[in-house]
Design a binder for this molecule. Sequence first.
Ligand code: COA
Ligand code: NAP
Length: 291
Amino acid sequence: MNTTFALSSHLFAGKTAFITGGSSGINLAIAGAYAAHGARVAICGRTQARLDVAATQLRTYGGEVRAYQADVRDPQQLAQALQATRDELGTIDVLVCGAAGNFLAAAEDLSVNGFRTVVDIDLMGSFHAASLAFEQLRDSKGCILFITAAMASQPHAYQLHVGAAKAGIDNMMRNLALEWGCHGIRANSIMPGPIEDTEGLRRLSAGSALGKLADSIPLGRLGHVQDIAAAAVFLASPMAQYITGVVLAVDGGQCLAGSAHFNAGARAFLDEQARSKERGTPTVAARAAAH
Ligand code: COA
Ligand code: NAP
């Protein structure tokens, strides 16, 4: 991981960060940026092998790292991971709720369980983490960062489930900022735009549709995981000590351009998935994921 911040590498010295879904992609980059700035870091996820690889990567920054197998849908597993973090690394100062699930599905094809699964991981998982970490965050006067998405505030086709879950997270974030401000706890959301080389984007777009999506972004490119990590460092730092209850878009201005490009590309992507299924060949997304 390559971090290029001109901030002190001791910015988070003596602090502990816990990142749900921290074993890959954007969340791993956030964990890496905290570690690079001196934090002790704990991550959780469902897949032990992926957690092991991520923990090895994070240890290259020289600080203490823990990786716990925990499904955010299971409050008991999450409570154990949060308590183990307190016991082994110290009271949590920064909680990042980043675990999520996503797939494209037309509203009429979305099963009850498909909708529920994404709401369970994204919204319920974020609630579990925030409520179970409350005492630690109150003791540390810490902060929470939720990772949401443009679907929370603007309809994106075939993302009904994600939009509902992420909108719920942003509203919960504002409520927590309101209620927990008196304890010195800040709560904010980061709303990433399309971030290249991530599982999330591979599930939504590929090929020429992805090129058109990138062209529609005012700053003219897809985001990098480090763009999100930089925002996560800022929002958790003393520089943001008077910022709470905000959704920070880190998207190159994509939300200004609307979701029309996404919608057109997503339809083409869904059609390609259907054709590939009929032919029994892997989709562009599956081929991309294999690399
Ligand atoms: N289209 C429509 N429905 C889908 C789907 C798709 N592409 N993928 C899953 N579902 C439905 C399933 O059919 C199932 O509903 P059903 O019981 O009515 O058939 C439901 O979603 C749950 O699927 P399941 O595979 O049992 O869930 P899981 O808990 O094992 O996995 C997912 C959760 C589906 C979100 C899975 O994609 C995942 O683990 N994602 C994590 C990684 C990720 O999404 N990264 C990007 C983050 S933005
Ligand atoms: P990713 O690499 O797939 O990250 C998701 C992580 O969550 C994985 O490490 C996954 O690990 C974990 N996870 C999934 N379900 C879980 C569960 N039930 N319990 C615990 N951990 C779970 O995807 P990403 O693209 O980097 O996305 C990261 C975050 O950014 C998400 O919140 C996503 O919604 C948001 N976002 C992404 C983009 C983008 O362009 N990529 C855009 C906007 C917002 P396991 O599968 O091993 O559990």
